[in-house]
Ligand binder design. Sequence first.
Ligand code: PMP
Length: 365
Amino acid sequence: MTWPPLREELRGIEPYGAPQLDVPVALNVNENPYPPSAAVVADIAAAVTDAAATLNRYPDREFTELRKGLAEYLNADGGRGIGPDQVWAANGSNEVMLHLLQAFGGPGRTAVSFAPTYSMYPEYARDAMTAWVAGRRHEDFAFDLEHAHEVIDEHRPSVVLLPSPNNPTGTALPHDVIGTLCTMLSGHGGEDGLVVIDEAYAEFRREGTPSALELLGDHRNLVVTRTMSKAFALAGARLGYLAAAPEICDALRVVRLPYHLSAVTQATASAALRHADELLANVAELRAERDRTVAWLRERGFEVADSDANFCLFGRFDDRHAVWEGLLHRGVLIRETGPDGWLRVSIGTAEEMAAFRAALLEVAS
Ligand code: PMP
């Protein structure tokens, strides 16, 4: 007899998650290394105090104030006239994407992405009983539109999930690719498929790289997801969101659990949004540090994927695990992920990156 009586496809599966180790330099989960300033902490604390006084009641199910704040922020970063009814939010963009698959995937339907990519995608599909198909990318991790066309024609997906910038490679998607995918997915098999562009790292994009938000008005089947975990340095608060057609946001209300965004979460996120300028000021520094890291690695003969994100994928190593372990022994935790031979390092403060460089020179030169 099997115990516990788990669904068959879940048996033997390890829960997702990078090691949470107590190390001096943690560069493994693409967090923002800058904690909120004293002023931001004070404002969040005041907002949470107010919320605490009403915790006997359920929170605003429609997170009205937060939606307004998120719409306003998106319109300042590539969005064009996005209204609060075009915004959806949940506990991290992980939950936002699970909602999307619960509503638009499901038994008999297929979700597609192109590897290497974010390793949670197949898990959302599995948890929403959706078939999963992973196509591939070019050797340099650029998007292969011709191959994508074949995969989409063959599998007729209900949802295509694509991060831009991609995790773990840092590769951004050009606008024309996003537009072409939306057209490819519209009306196929009599029904539109959704193109979900996961912009978890969008604020770190390089000069000249556009946001998919700019295309929302042109394609009703385009969904753009964002998170406050990265650029906003709010990973601990768990707030992800998306922008899409109002009908899509409305449909997501069917699958969300009642009152899924706590009053504390809503108060925290709204307070942080009021400090967007300050929280995002560190993004410029992280982008510069990213570009310095890429240049330094290339000067030392490493291969590095072009990155529009707050991390970079570098290699190649015959034994990447040995390099990962060597760095860990020196107090620097990075991520063993992506294709074999490559490692991913998140961009930290200048001091943290100096520690990373020193450790890498000892381990891999
Ligand atoms: N999308 C991508 C591409 C990510 O890398 C991550 C986090 N690692 C997420 C979504 C989820 O982030 P969160 O749930 O914290 O918003």
